[in-house]
Write a protein of this length. Structure first.
Length: 578
């Protein structure tokens, strides 16, 4: 009965956190932690320290690691290997050593200081990705760089989860051997799980379970908990086993279905976990510790921001991009809280000693959305080279164009943009392409000579590209956020210029039309029409008849897509396909 009572209390508090604190636009993690602190044994006393609550908390972090493993893709790792292996590792190592040095100087044992350093090295993936998406900055240079480093941070949390239980055992000279043995076991279990079970056992098992949704859900839960149990039995952590289960399932074609089935369990248990973490905070001790907390917050935000900026700058990124990336990552995150909670659970930390660190991490997470939102102005204030670097690119671009008029500005020189530039040049239309990927710019310059480096989401770059006298602007991005940001800047600088864009789905199409696009090409529809054309010709239908029919369908569908537009008769139908 006591277990059921505690569970009901936790669920009730989680519902309150989502319903009430969510309206204050607080990050969910912070909302749960604050609610746990207010209702825990050190405050109102509604929740007590019980084995049931701590077990639910462990399950929560296990499911967080499960979804991380599910999202981990070998192809993604290969594509981002330079950012991950160089910048990500450099940031995590530098931040961990810096944080550990501070902890050791304050009198913490080296084991505890190392965990503090590792916790402070982590940032919040959930907060940052959400904020960057809202600001349409995921595809900017600092957005891509920040996401790459965040991915490495998430992966770097796994070794900490493996070694924390070993560090808690002590052992003097045998500790190094124990750590090495734990890492060897972790690698062996990971290799065996992914290579053997993931490819030879799970796929046929899920294929059989897929006949029933209930059976599929039960099978996924069984696999997750069984993997967690097996790794804990071998001396590793529950969370590490859940991560391996996610990795195994990510190698199958059932990955997306698994993610959909497991999400409700993950969200609920993760909320309970952060409530449990909040229960560790003692509000009565915080007033006296405010000097330490303030110093930790300042040190975390400024110190970590500087480390990230220096690492990015050393890797070759420009100062404005490096500073923006540092501002984006200058805070703690979910894994910061998780690592500290696990360390407290195994006795590496005294509950009182952990209060300032935990409070500082929570406060930094509250500050994170504000800092990211003000990133551009803060970067301009912190570095005088920011505006200089950007204006230099803009002046160079404007100087090359000279008095060019009635040209087409193609934003993005990827697969679609490069083909469009080639076709326009074949028909002797003046055009330039803008891209912020140096490799693409180099290839484009060697092929066509009209591709320039620049961030098309900046109004200054668009104006330097001759937006005032351009015949049209084409958005060839496959990312809605980037397209909307360029659209906003282009319409603000020159409301009369026609803007054409590509859309991956109906949601993107509606958003682009609402933002002021003259024409939007729906990729799914155009692909279906091209496939239909090829199929009908393959079956022997006369080409002229097929083309006439496809043109009629295309004209009708584009007309229907624009029925809500007030100036429909003045708009032309775009018939170019991807």
């Amino acid at each position: 009965m006591e277990t059921l009572t505690e569970l009901i209390k936790l669920l009730l508090l989680a519902a309150v956190a989502v319903a009430l604190l969510g309206r204050l636009r607080l990050p969910p993690v912070v909302s749960y932690v604050l609610l746990g602190a207010a209702t825990g044994p050190h405050a109102l006393g509604w929740l007590g320290e019980t084995a049931t609550i701590h077990f639910l908390g462990e399950l929560g972090i296990a499911f967080l690691l499960f979804t991380l493993g599910l999202d981990f893709s070998i192809s993604q790792f290969v594509a981002m290997r330079r950012v991950l292996l160089v910048l990500g590792s450099a940031q995590v190592v530098a931040s961990t050593l810096s944080g550990a040095a501070v902890g050791w100087a304050l009198g913490l044992p080296w084991t505890s200081a190392t965990i503090v350093g590792g916790a402070l090295a982590m940032s919040s993936t959930a907060i940052i990705v959400k904020q960057l998406r809202e600001q349409h900055e995921l595809q900017t240079a600092h957005g891509r760089l920040a996401v790459g480093i965040l991915l490495f941070q998430d992966l770097a949390a796994i070794p900490f989860l493996v070694v924390i239980p070993i560090l808690a055992q002590g052992g003097g000279g045998d500790l190094g051997v124990a750590l090495a043995w734990a890492l060897v076991k972790g690698v062996a279990v990971a290799a065996a799980g992914v290579l053997l079970l993931g490819r030879r056992v799970l796929r046929p098992l899920l294929h059989q379970a897929g006949a029933s949704r209930e059976l599929f859900t039960l099978t996924v839960l069984l696999l997750t908990l069984a993997a967690a149990w097996a790794t804990q039995l071998s001396g590793l952590s529950l969370a590490f086993g859940a991560f391996l289960a996610g990795m195994m399932l990510s190698e199958t074609e059932y990955r997306h279905q698994v993610e959909d089935e497991i999400r409700p369990f993950r969200d609920v248990l993760l909320g309970l976990f952060f409530i449990v973490v909040g229960m560790q905070l003692n509000p009565a001790l915080l007033p006296a510790a405010w000097p330490s907390i303030a110093a930790l917050v300042v040190g975390l935000v400024i110190g970590k921001g500087v480390i990230v900026a220096l690492v990015a700058r050393a890797y070759g990124y420009r100062t404005p991009e490096a500073v923006r990336t540092g501002l984006v990552l200058a805070h703690g995150g979910e894994f910061s809280v998780a690592l500290l909670a696990l360390a407290m659970g195994v006795g590496l930390f005294d509950a009182n000693a952990s209060q300032p660190v935990l409070a500082a991490i929570v406060i930094s997470m509250l500050l994170a959305p504000i800092v990211v939102r003000r990133g551009a102005s803060l970067a301009a204030m912190f570095t005088r080279t920011g505006d200089k670097d950007d204006s230099a690119d803009e002046k160079a671009l404007a100087g090359v164009l000279g008095d060019t008029r009635d040209h087409v500005i193609v934003c993005g020189y990827g697969r679609v943009g490069s083909q469009l530039v080639r076709i326009l040049r074949e028909h002797d239309y003046a055009c330039i392409a803008i891209d912020n990927d140096p490799d693409r710019v180099k290839r484009g310059w060697e092929s066509h000579g009209t591709v320039y480096y620049g961030d098309a989401t900046r109004r200054g770059v668009l104006e330097a590209a001759g937006l005032e006298h351009a015949a049209a602007v084409v958005l060839s991005f496959d990312n809605l956020e980037s397209s909307l940001q360029v659209m906003h800047e282009a319409r603000a600088a020159n409301p009369d210029v026609p803007v054409l864009a590509r859309a991956a789905d109906q949601r993107s199409l509606d958003a682009l039309f609402d933002a002021g696009a003259r024409e939007v090409v729906p990729e799914a529809m155009e692909t279906s029409l091209i496939l239909a054309t090829q199929l009908l010709m393959l079956r022997g239908t006369e080409p002229a008849q097929v083309i006439a029919r496809m043109n009629a369908i295309r004209a009708e569908r584009y007309r229907l897509l624009r029925t809500a537009e007030p100036e429909e008769d003045t708009r032309t139908t775009l018939r170019a396909s991807d």
